[in-house]
Structures are given as C-alpha cells and as structure tokens.
Write a protein that binds this ligand. Structure first.
Ligand SMILES: C[S@@+](CC[C@H](N)C(=O)[O-])C[C@H]1O[C@@H](n2cnc3c(N)ncnc32)[C@H](O)[C@@H]1O
Length: 322
C-alpha cells in the first residue's frame, strides 16, 4: 500500500517479460503500458548505456508516476499505445527491437474509488483510463439506447442477461441519473441471479468489464497497436502481449497465427510457386503462463497470458483484425 491506501502494482511475469524481450542491451524498446513502471524498470535494468526505452500510457497519473524514473535512457508519452508509430516518428525513432503491451487496467486504477472502475468501492461512475478526454461511463449510460447498452454488455461483458440489465438501467435513469458505481452495482445485484457455477463472482463483474472495455475502446486499441508495434519491429524484434481475459487473448492469438502462417488461408489447389506465397511476418509464436509460485504470491497474475513472437524480415503487411 502507498500513502493514500492504493495497492502497489506488482508486474506479472516479471522474470519472463524482460528476459524474453531484451535480446540486445543496446536496443530500442517500447513499453506501451507503463502503469506504475514495474516492467519498465526491469527492462531498463537489462539495457546498457546505449539502450533506450520509450513508454506510453493514456493515464495522466501513470505519466506523473513515471517522473520518478530519472534516467536519460527513458522517455514517456501521454498517449494511447495505438499512436506509437506517429509519436516515435516525431522524435526520429522509426524502428525498434521490442515492444511490450501489458493490457487492461492497473491495480492503482482499480483500487482508486475516484476512478470508478470497481463495483467494490463507491465513487463516480467514470471508468476512463484517460480522464482528459472522452465520455464517462455515467454520461454514456445516461444517454445510450437500450439496444446499444445491451450490445456492449453482451459483446464485451459476455453478460447473458444483457437486455434485462439494459432495460433496468434505462428505467432507473428515468427516475434519477446514474452517477455512482454503487448505484450501478446495486442495480446489477438486484437484477441478476448469482452465478451458480462461481458463487464468488459478484453479479456486477461482467457488466463493469463490458462497460470499461467499451468506454476505453480497449479492443480497438489492441488491434491498432498490434499492427503499429509490428510495423516498427526490426527483423528479430520481439512483440510481447499480456492479456487478462479471453476476448483480448483471442485477438492476440489469431493475430500471431495469421502472421506466422499467412499462406494457410490460400487455396492449396491454386497454381502458386513458393515465391508467390505470402511470407511469414512473425515466427516462433509462444504462450507463457505464470508459474505456481507467482500464482501464489500475485493473485492478479491468475488470469494473465503472455504471448510473444519474433518478427521476420518480410515487409510489414497491415493485418485486418475482426
Ligand atoms: C496492466 S497496467 C500495466 C502495468 C505495468 N506493466 C507495470 O508493470 O506497472 C495497464 C496500463 O496500461 C494503460 N493502458 C491501457 N490501455 C492503454 C492504451 N490503449 N494506451 C496507452 N495506455 C494504456 C493503463 O492506463 C494502465 O496504466
């Protein structure tokens, strides 16, 4: 805990991430999700005096926390990671040796009631990672149609009773606007049955997740960043992505599968020579899960999955991700 009672963010796969990523101590690396700099610090330890680390975070509090790192090899951008190509280009960096994305929210974000991410604490229903832009969860829930709310809860929260919840939200806001996390959590507890398979899971879990993913366009950001990061990587450069739920992991897995086997979608009956087939853009895609010890000491690591792959020399070819 720090002075304001916010839990410290322990980086997941702290040993594996820098070990896999940093193959060249004099290389240029990107941490797309600085958070509280757990991984950034470990990456910096692996670099020599010529190495560079460029970090990104869309949360101003994370960027503020980065000021503690007084190291001339390090620079942080307050920007979404999907903008890494343009931001790095503005300082003359056009290729890098490795990119890390540790996606999702950080512990300090979840544990700060004022950010509105958690149904466990009462606070303003905000949920924006970047408080300087975009609409809050409350603004959206108070104006969106039943159909749109239901679609978000179903698609991003995998909430079976999405329409029932959306209806209840619209009925409540006719009487009073939704303003706090407690109002929403209470509504969800009233409307939804307890999960029989997982009685530990609060009924609000799925809806809070769905709304958060939508408000921050998390899956859109991930898809753009996979392309952006890959286009920056030198041959032999490494892309690492840590995700925390199946919606994200599915996107990353499919992306690496397509990039490693781009010819797999081509009809084998077509009269194409090996030279005419698309070349793999990545090789050696691997999945790493936290070990027993980490699972015991860092409960947040429980749902984490690291996927990484090594960029080939084939020119980058923008991947369409659905
Ligand atoms: C799981 S935490 C990263 C923790 C970090 N690896 C550490 O060790 O402290 C995710 C962080 O990424 C940031 N983030 C999420 N999506 C982002 C995006 N699209 N662009 C930039 N930052 C983003 C969040 O604000 C949060 O601070």
């Amino acid at each position: 805990m720090n002075a304001v009672g916010v839990k410290k963010h322990i980086p997941v796969l702290a040993k594996e991430v820098p070990e896999i990523l940093v193959q060249n101590p004099a290389g240029i690396y990107v941490d797309g999700t600085f958070g509280r700099g757990g991984h950034s610090r470990l990456i910096l330890e692996k670099l020599n005096e010529n190495g560079r680390l460029y970090a990104f975070d869309r949360d101003l509090e994370a960027v503020e926390a980065a000021k503690e790192i007084k190291d001339s090899r390090f620079k942080i951008f307050h920007a979404p990671f999907a903008e890494m190509v343009e931001r790095l280009d503005s300082i003359g960096v056009t290729e890098v040796d490795g990119v890390l994305l540790d996606i999702g929210v950080s512990s300090p974000q979840i544990d700060d009631a004022q950010r509105g991410f958690s149904f466990r604490f009462d606070g303003p229903l905000d949920m924006r990672m970047d408080k300087s832009t975009g609409q809050t969860a409350a603004q959206w829930l108070n104006t969106a149609s039943v159909e749109d709310i239901s679609k978000v809860l179903k698609t991003y929260g995998e909430e079976k009773f999405s329409f029932k919840v959306a209806n209840a939200i619209v009925n409540l806001r006719k009487k009073q606007p939704l303003e706090t996390t407690k109002q929403l959590a209470d509504l969800l507890s009233d409307v939804l049955p307890r999960n029989k398979k997982d009685s530990q899971q609060h009924p609000a879990t799925r809806s809070f997740q769905g709304i958060r993913i939508f408000i921050n366009d998390e899956l859109g950001q991930l898809k753009m960043a996979l392309n952006a990061a890959s286009s920056l990587l030198k041959p032999e450069g490494i892309l690492e992505v840590i995700s925390f739920h199946s919606l994200e992991d599915r996107i990353v897995k499919r992306f690496f599968e397509n990039c490693c086997n781009p010819a797999s979608h081509i009809d084998p009956r077509l009269p194409l020579t090996a030279d005419q087939l698309p070349k793999p853009l990545f090789s050696k895609a691997k999945r790493v899960l936290p070990g027993k010890e980490e699972l015991e000491t860092n409960p947040r690591s429980r749902s984490s999955v690291l996927r990484y792959a090594v960029r080939t020399a084939a020119p980058w070819n923008e991947q369409e991700l659905t």
